[in-house]
Every structure is written in C-alpha cells, then in structure tokens.
Design a protein around this ligand. Structure first.
Ligand code: PEP
Ligand code: MG
Length: 578
C-alpha cells in the first residue's frame, strides 16, 4: 500500500517497521492510595526496574562492551541509594503519589548535576532523567520503546519526531524515517537531512494504517512516498533506486573538500548550518567555510535544566576553534513554533508561529538572553570570529534593545575581568515579511544579514511549515517568495551590508541558479549537503543564472517555475534531480 507525503530527506530506505510513540508520562490523574500502598507500589516498581535494567545491561554488554552496561547498572545503584529512597518516602508520607514523589526527587538531582561544570557529572543528570522516565513508565503501566536496543536497519514510523526524540535515537541504526506530521522545513526534516537519513513527512493517515513492528516498508525520501508491505517487484525496483542513490552519494566524494566555485571560477562562501559540536566537526571535515548558522536551541533541548553560561561558553568556543580563520555565526535561542523546551515552562499558545518566538522570547526572558550574550562574547575572546545573529526580527527596536543588553553584558564582563570580544558583531536574520520590507532601516543597526528562507516562505505565504495539510502551499518556488528573495537580496546589497542565506533552499539544486541570479554570494547549508551544492554550483556562470532568473520571474505559478527549472537544470547539469 502506497502513501504520499513530502520528500523530507533524499534517498531510499528498505527495512522493517519500528513504531515510535512518545510515552505519555503524565500522572495528573493518579489517585493517592495511602502511605502503605504507595510504598508498596514504589517497591514493586523498583524491583521491576532492576529486572529491566539487568536485561538491558546484558544486551549492552554484548553489543557495546562493559562501559555501556556500567552506565545502566549505575542507575540501579542510584535508585538503591538509601538517601534518595528516604527523600521519596518522605514525599509519600506527605500525601504525594509515587509518581509525583519520584519525579520531584529526580528533578532535584537533575538540576543539581546540570548546574555543575564537569562534563562527567552532567552526564549523570541524563542518567537520572532516564531512570526517572523508566520508573514513571513502570508505575503508570506505559509501554516504552527501548531506543538504545533498537536493531540495525529499522525504519522508524511515528506520528511526529520532535527534535528531542531525534537526538536520542541511535541514527546509525536507523535506515529511514516516516512521519505523519511535519513539513520539508520542520526541524525533524532538517535533522534527517543533516544526518543523511532518508525521510518522508506529512504522511496523512500514516498512524491509522494496518501494519506492525517488523513489517516490511519502503521509504522513498526523494520521491516523497512510502510503500507498506511492498511486492517483490517493488522491492526489486527500490533496491535498484537505492543503489543509484548510493552511487550518487559516492560520486559526491570528489567535492567533499573542494572550494565552492561557480562556472566563472569565482569562489562563493559556503558555510555550514549546525546544531551542535558533532555537526561542527562534520562541517569541518567536509571543508565548510565556517558556520553560517548555529541553531543554539539544540543545546537547550532534551534536558531538564538550562545550559549554564560556562557550558555555553565552552561549546561556542570549541566550535569557533574548529574554524579559526573563518566566521562562526551563532544564532541566539530561537524557540517557539515547532521547537519547545519543557524546562522553560512556556505557556501553550494558540498560534505558536505567531507568538513568543525567536527574539521575542529572548527579550521577554532577558535573564536567559543575557547569559547567552555573555557566553557568546566570552567564547569569541580568543579568535574574534564569533558573530551573534538574532532570529525572527520584525523591527529596529528589537535590534537596538539587544544592542543595549549586549553593551551591558560587555561592561559586566570587563568589570568582572573576564576575557571577551568587545567588538563582537551583531546581525539579523531576514526571515519575516516585516524585516524584508525594512531592510534599509535594519541595515542601520545591523553588522550583517542572513536570509532565513524557511520562515520567510511560511510567513510570506501564511502556510505553517510543519503542517502537512498546507505543505503544498508552503512552496519557496511561489512567485511571491521569489520576488521577496529578489527584493531582499537587492535591498541588502544596496546598503552594502554583508549578506548570506541559511535557509534550506540554499541546498536545493533548482533554487541555486536563481539565488546566484539574484546576486547572492554567500550560502550556508547542512554539512551533508555541502558537496552536492559545490557540484551544482560549478555548473552555473552568473550570466547564465541571471538569464534563467529573469525568465523565471515572469512566470505566474509555482508549478510553471518548477516545470521550467526541472528541464533547465537537467539540461545544464546532465542530471535529473527529482
Ligand atoms: C529559516 O527560517 O530559514 C532558518 C534558517 O531558521 P530555522 O529553520 O531554524 O527557523
Ligand atoms: Mg527561521
């Protein structure tokens, strides 16, 4: 049975279904049964916990050696600690249900460990979190998928894969992803592309289909389609497509460390979009020209408490050190929309994409913002190559307010005698229609610009980038988006403010000649896309790109634009891309 969705990450995966469901660990409904009964429930849960860990540790020992097993058995030691147990029992005596008592005590330890500076100690916070979630699921009788034990070659099928779940999935064992929710520029899709895992999203009705763990499934991340229980002919057909894809990947090796040149031999700056240190290392390995976008929110996800200023300083400095002679653009916390951070306790909003997102959140939580600004300035002390970028700007005031906060942060650092980059640059993302219309005004207060085409597309077209019901509308080839890009790039160039682009379209072979034609000189894409962009880039001279762009700007529909580009790009590069 075939289902059509959006081609989130290219490539073909053939494997066995593994259904992933976020366990619901809400315990608001649980009723207190009295001290003795709650103690009994707790005791039984701990006994079951120990049994489960013993099985998992044995598997881990076989698969990954004694150190992995020791991490698990360490959790048994933690829950057997008489002091921790007495803290939990104290809460039971005060009338709390076992779930609430476990959650509260564990949270206290997590916060304590997270607040410490030593990496090893902070790892213990993750162990405590893991222990808490396991105990809660046992107490609540909720089944959970053991992510750490999933077998090789599975295809993960889920309603949604929030960034926090993706960070804990062992991706090296995942052959492909298929999700019901999400769009091409939702963060799950961006991460799948960054990891080179084929993925299809926006598969409406996926979770209601009849299949179970272990069923055969094909995911065609290039075509945006999945096949549940394929026939033998279909498997054969897709195995052939998979080997073509693999061969294409292999041919890209030639471009891994090459500079990004156009057909005129002019070098373009091609930086990397990263979400953390691992991405930064990969970007360095693939020869990126620095970092065009560091999405710092990934440092804040999947943990119980916020990263400290010290921790942030260390990570930013380490990334800056990987690109000592190139710029490293680090974006301040961009949460809201489809990125939510439980530890921040942000209230649920009716329209999160129009709510407290990006710079709005930063300015509303100046405590968090200031500590990030301080960390960024400190991390730039050694090389002076870190630049600060603000997300979702709509006004000059947002920038001037940030300038004021930054000046305060710098003055504090001087007073405290902490090394920092006193001349750290502050730039703005052009990703809202408002920013696009006031590029000239923003230029007066910005050291640099970067076009965020993912958001610029969704806000220009008023189509949620993560909602599969409108994903066909959230199309960067729509004439309105193309005009917007053309205007934004031209306006920014007029002001002579340095300009780049860090949205997903930078890695799109059809979009590339248009961006060159609009006059863009600096791009930033995820590390696995670097080689492919270099391969496309070398096909186009500026004159050819301009000619093509002029013609495209006369078209009235996205469909016409894409049909034309499909033909033109295939003729030019001798490759059919999709
Ligand atoms: C964008 O909006 O284009 C962008 C790069 O930022 P993000 O995808 O993180 O919103
Ligand atoms: Mg954005």
């Amino acid at each position: 049975m075939r289902l059509k969705g959006a081609p989130a990450s290219p490539g073909v995966g053939i494997g066995r279904v593994l259904i992933y469901r976020e366990p619901d660990l809400n315990f608001g409904h649980v009723v207190y049964l009295g001290l003795e009964k709650e103690k009994k429930r707790l005791k039984a849960a701990i006994a079951r916990f120990k049994e489960e860990i013993a099985v998992l540790a044995a598997i881990a020992e076989k698969k990954s050696g004694p150190s992995q097993a020791a991490i698990l058995t360490g959790q048994v030691a933690m829950i057997s600690d008489p002091f921790m147990l007495s803290q939990i029992e104290e809460l039971l005596a005060k009338g709390q249900v076992a779930e609430a008592a476990v959650a509260e005590v564990a949270q206290g330890y997590e916060d304590m460990f997270n607040g410490l500076d030593d990496e090893k100690t902070r790892q213990r916070a993750t162990d405590i979190e893991d222990m808490k979630r396991r105990l809660l699921s046992i107490l609540l009788g909720v089944e959970r998928l053991e992510l750490s034990t999933i077998s090789d070659g599975v295809i993960v099928v889920a309603l949604d894969l929030p960034a926090s779940a993706l960070t804990s999935l062992p991706m090296e064992r995942v052959r492909a992803l298929a999700t019901e929710r999400g769009g091409l520029t939702s963060h799950g899709s961006i991460m799948a592309r960054a990891l080179g895992v084929p993925a299809v999203t926006g598969l409406v009705g996926l979770m209601g289909q009849a299949y179970e763990d272990g069923d055969l499934i094909v995911v065609d991340g290039s075509g945006g389609e999945i096949i549940i229980e394929p026939t033998a002919e279909e498997v054969e057909d897709y195995e052939r497509r998979r080997s073509v894809w693999k061969a294409d990947q292999a041919s890209l090796k030639f471009f891994l460390k090459k500079p990004a040149l156009d057909a005129d031999g002019v070098k373009r700056v091609l930086g990397a979009n990263i979400g953390g240190l691992a991405d930064a290392r990969q970007a360095q390995e693939f020869g990126a020209d620095g970092v065009g976008l560091f999405r710092t929110e990934f440092l804040f996800l999947d943990r119980a408490s916020l990263p400290t200023e010290e921790e942030q300083t260390r990570v930013y400095a380490e990334v800056a050190g990987l690109f000592p002679d190139q710029e490293v653009i680090i974006r301040t916390l961009d949460i809201g929309g489809d990125k939510r951070i439980p530890s921040l306790g942000v209230t649920k909003e009716e329209n999160p994409y129009l709510g407290l997102r990006g710079i709005r959140f930063c300015l509303a939580r100046q405590d968090i913002f200031k500590s990030q600004l301080r960390a960024l300035a400190r991390a730039g002390a050694q090389r002076g190559n870190i630049k600060i970028m603000l997300p979702l700007v709509i006004s000059v005031e947002e920038v001037t307010l940030t300038q004021k906060l930054l000046a305060e942060a710098l003055a504090e650092l001087s007073a405290e005698g902490l090394a920092h980059d006193a001349r750290v640059k502050l730039g703005v993302m052009l990703e809202t229609p408002a920013a696009a219309l006031i590029v000239d005004l923003l230029a007066k207060v910005s050291d640099f610009f970067s076009v965020g085409s993912n958001d610029l597309t969704q806000y220009t077209l008023v189509a949620d980038r993560g909602n599969p019901q409108v994903s066909h509308l959230c199309d960067p080839f729509h004439p309105a988006v193309l005009r917007n890009l053309n205007i934004v790039i031209a306006e920014a160039k007029k002001t002579q403010t340095p300009l780049g682009l860090c949205g997903e379209i930078g890695g799109d072979p059809w979009m590339l000649p248009l961006l060159l034609g609009f006059g863009l000189e600096k791009f930033s894409v995820s590390a696995p896309s670097l080689a492919a962009v270099r391969r496309e880039m070398i096909s186009w001279s500026v004159a050819e790109a301009r000619e093509l762009t002029e013609e495209v700007l006369t078209f009235t529909t996205a469909a016409r634009v894409k049909a034309f580009l499909k033909e033109a790009v295939a003729t030019k590069t001798k490759r059919t891309i999709r």
